[in-house]
Structure formats: structure tokens, C-alpha cells
Design a binder for this molecule. Structure first.
Ligand code: SF4
Length: 443
């Protein structure tokens, strides 16, 4: 899809440019040394853009120092400030970084005031050559929009179009857009609607793709690959982030794979495909387990999401970590990968659905370890949607349609949510998983 060209420092997004790979720090931005060290590692791992959270005005100065120290080391990777709930922070930090991500759902609580503040932000961005991402998430749609359109992909598209129209009114086009959701079906539909609408208006902003709160491990990778590849295969998407509840460096090989595959620098290792109605029988000859997982997700995720297929049978071989050829036909591993793919494409739920944020500088507890423990102790709750979120500021909103939520409050305390309501607050972290399990069992 032909798009406008956006410049964030030395990186070009959209136009004819290759798909840009990005990630986000999970350090506290106020810890400048730790943030610089992580940025260096992420740069070395291939990040072309690095985002850091800016929870308060104090971190604007931290970000300035982080940037100065990176530039002093010869690292030019553009930095993106992630801003929620404060238009003043967005305006202040736009002088410091190459790109500012704002969330239309929480930029300003008053809609008219939001327009004024956005115009101020645009002036600062114009003066400093800063790009903006209008980063809307399914979980943080405002009440006004959901009142009009429900909690739907259409509502996401309509909400973001209001902001893109504001960009045009302010004659500002250095803008990237995202419409992330944890639900792959919602995410793909929202981006398709937006791409179509922008083409109709004739002003097509580049798109940042991502499946938000995708979780970790194989499930997080498969879910991300399904959502992102469905769109990239249609020519939709210019920059991507694979969100994993892991070390952010782990996101980059997956994102690079997707960038290479849809930049036509990599081909699937599927060696044959037989179709029997809506059933596909696919044979692979994969050089590794990781490659098999990603090829399989990209080759069939979209077709399952779009209901072109109802079933996939996985056959063939892959090389294990010792280089030994391992047969997939009728194996437990083939069954497991197929189950994960069906779940990621929302066609069959064989385990709970987890919504876990990747963590960022707002996270106040051991998110990765806690998420693993929650997964281990809830694995029997097939079909239930469980959220594990790093902070109380964004977590409750971003959990979207979770049945239960574990949300870090800070200071060693946790809130437990049932749907959108907190049912227990200030639970010590050491007890919180037990309390969550008790509530689920006694409901
Ligand atoms: S929900 Fe997670 S990723 Fe989002 S702001 Fe909070 S800690 Fe960061």
C-alpha cells in the first residue's frame, strides 16, 4: 500500500522503505544507566527504533540524558517517547526525542481541550522535526467512541480517523498510526478498515503493526506472527513491534523474520501443500524449531483467521537444537503447534487465553516470573481469558475483555480484577496468585 513517508531521526517509515523493526525498553526510564545499557543491547540486536516510557515530566530529563549518552557512543537509533495520560508530557518530550507516541484514548480527558493540546504538540514537532505515532489500543477506547460504535474494530478505526483528520487540519503529516489489540481478529479487522478508509480519503499514513499483550514463549510468538503477517501479506504495515513478556531483545529476531519475509528476503520452508476442501495438509522441511513455528504461523494464520481454512495438518521435518532431523508426522509437537495456531487465530481454544503486557518502565514487579507462575497454575482453565499486567495506570484498560486480571499496583501490592471491576485491592504480591485462584474457583 502506497503511504506517506515519515522521518524519525535517521529512519524512514513508509513510502518505499523496508519494514522498520522496533522494540521498547522495560527499564525504569529514570534509571539512566540501566536504560542506556539496555538501549545499547537492543541496538546491537537490530532495533531500528527504541521506545521508552515517560510516566512523568521528571523522565523527560532522563530521556535527554539517555539520548546524549547513546549519541556519545555513536548510537544513532531514534528514540520514541511513550506517553499516556498527559498531553503536557508529550509536548515537553517532543523537543527531546525523534518520535512521540500518544494514545488518543488518554491524551486528554476533555475532547475539545485535546484538540488544543494536540495543536500545541504539532507545533513543537514541526519545529523539531519530531514524528508522532497515534497509538490507539482496543482496550483504551474512550467512552464517547464506544458509546457510538461499541467496542469494535469499527470504533477503533473511527476513533483514529478523528485524530488523523486533526493531523491534516494542522497540516502535519509526519505521523504513523497503530490500532493494536490482543485479539488477532479484532486487530486485523481494525487495520484493514483503516487502510481502506485512508485510501478512500487519499491521505495514507504509514502503519505501525503489533498484537498487543501477546504474552510470551511460543504462544506470544505465534499470536504476533499471525496478526502481523496477515496484514503484511496484504501490503499493509510499515513498521512492526512484536510485544513479548520477555527480555525485549527476544522480540527482535521475530520482528526481523517478519520484516525479511514480507520484504521478500526469506521464503517459507513449506515443501508441499495439499488442500482437501477447507483442510490443508502442509509438509515442511525446516532448518530449526523456531523457523518452523514462524513459517507455519505465517503460512496459515491469515487463512484460518479469514476462515478460508478450518483445519491444518502439519507434517515433514525440522532440525532440533543438535541438528538432528525430527519427524513431525503424527507427533505431539505437531499437535501442540497446530493447537497454538488455532488458538492464536481464534478458531479453537484448547487452553486459557492470556493477555500479558510486555512490561515497561511503569512495571513495578517481576512481571515475567509472575506471568509464568500464573500460566502454570491456571493451565487447566480452558477458554478463560486471564490478564497479567505490569501497572495499574494502563493495565486495567488494556486488559480489554479479560475475565480475570492480575494488575501490579507498585509497592509490592496487586489488584485483582473480575472483568473491568477490581474485586481485591492492595493484596501482597506473595499472596496474590493464591487469592486469584481462590476467586476463580469460588465464582
Ligand atoms: S500495562 Fe504494561 S506495558 Fe502497558 S504501561 Fe503498564 S506496565 Fe507498561
Amino acid at each position: 500500500m502506497e503511504t506517506l513517508t515519515v522521518k524519525a531521526g535517521n529512519v524512514t517509515i513508509g513510502g518505499d522503505s523496508p519494514i522498520v523493526v522496533q522494540t521498547m525498553c522495560n527499564t525504569h526510564t529514570s534509571d539512566v544507566a540501566a536504560s542506556v545499557a539496555q538501549c545499547v543491547r537492543l541496538h546491537q540486536a537490530g532495533a531500528e527504533l527504541i521506545r521508552l516510557t515517560v510516566p512523568s515530566l521528571a523522565q523527560v530529563e532522563s530521556l535527554r540524558q539517555i539520548k546524549e549518552q547513546l549519541r556519545a557512543q555513536g548510537i544513532d537509533t531514534p528514540l520514541v517517547a511513550d506517553v499516556h495520560f498527559s498531553s503536557e508530557i508529550a509536548i515537553a518530550v517532543a523537543e527531546v526525542v525523534e518520535k512521540v507516541r500518544i494514545n488518543p484514548g488518554n491524551f486528554h480527558k476533555d475532547h475539545e481541550k485535546a484538540r488544543e493540546q494536540f495543536a500545541r504538540l504539532v507545533e513543537v514537532c514541526k519545529a523539531n522535526g519530531t514524528a508522532i505515532r497515534i497509538g490507539l489500543n482496543h482496550g483504551s477506547l474512550g467512552e464517547r467512541i464506544t458509546g457510538l460504535y461499541g467496542n469494535t474494530p469499527l470504533a477503533m478505526k473511527e476513533a483514529v480517523m478523528e485524530w488523523l483528520n486533526m493531523c491534516v487540519e494542522n497540516d502535519f503529516y509526519n505521523v504513523v498510526v497503530s490500532l493494536k489489540a490482543s485479539n488477532t481478529f479484532v486487530m486485523v479487522e481494525a487495520y484493514r478498515l483503516l487502510a481502506n478508509e485512508m485510501q478512500n480519503t487519499g491521505v495514507v499514513f504509514p502503519l505501525h503493526l503489533g498484537v498487543t499483550e501477546a504474552g510470551n514463549g511460543d504462544g506470544g510468538r505465534i499470536k504476533s506472527a499471525v496478526g502481523i503477517s496477515a496484514l503484511l501479506s496484504e501490503g499493509i504495515g510499515n513498521t512492526i513491534r512484536v510485544s513479548l513478556t520477555e527480555d525485549p531483545a527476544n522480540e527482535l529476531p521475530v520482528a526481523q523474520y517478519l520484516s525479511d519475509k514480507y520484504g521478500r528476503r526469506l521464503h517459507s520452508t513449506m515443501s508441499s501443500l495439499t488442500l482437501e476442501g477447507k483442510k490443508a495438509i502442509a509438509t515442511y522441511c525446516a532448518p530449526s524449531k523456531e523457523r518452523l513455528l514462524l513459517d507455519f504461523s505465517c503460512d496459515f494464520g491469515k487463512r484460518l483467521l479469514d476462515k478460508e481454512l478450518d483445519e491444518v495438518v502439519l507434517k515433514g521435518t525440522y532440525l532440533d537444537e543438535n541438528g538432528v532431523e525430527t519427524v513431525l508426522d503424527d507427533s505431539q509437537y505437531a499437535e501442540y503447534l497446530t493447537d497454538e495456531l488455532m488458538q492464536a487465530a481464534r478458531r479453537r481454544f484448547y487452553r486459557p487465553e492470556y493477555i500479558a503486557c510486555p512490561g515497561c518502565g511503569r512495571t513495578m514487579y517481576n512481571l515475567e516470573g509472575t506471568f509464568e507462575e500464573v500460566k502454570r497454575r491456571t493451565s487447566h482453565l480452558k477458554g478463560m481469558v486471564i490478564g497479567v499486567m505490569g501497572c495499574i495506570v494502563n493495565g486495567p484498560g488494556e486488559m480489554a475483555d479479560a475475565d480475570w486480571g492480575y494488575v501490579g499496583e507498585g509497592n509490592g501490592k496487586v489488584s485483582i480484577y473480575k472483568g473491568k471491576e477490581p474485586v481485591l485491592r492492595h493484596v501482597p504480591e506473595t499472596e496474590a496468585i493464591d487469592r486469584l485462584l481462590e476467586l476463580i474457583e469460588n465464582q
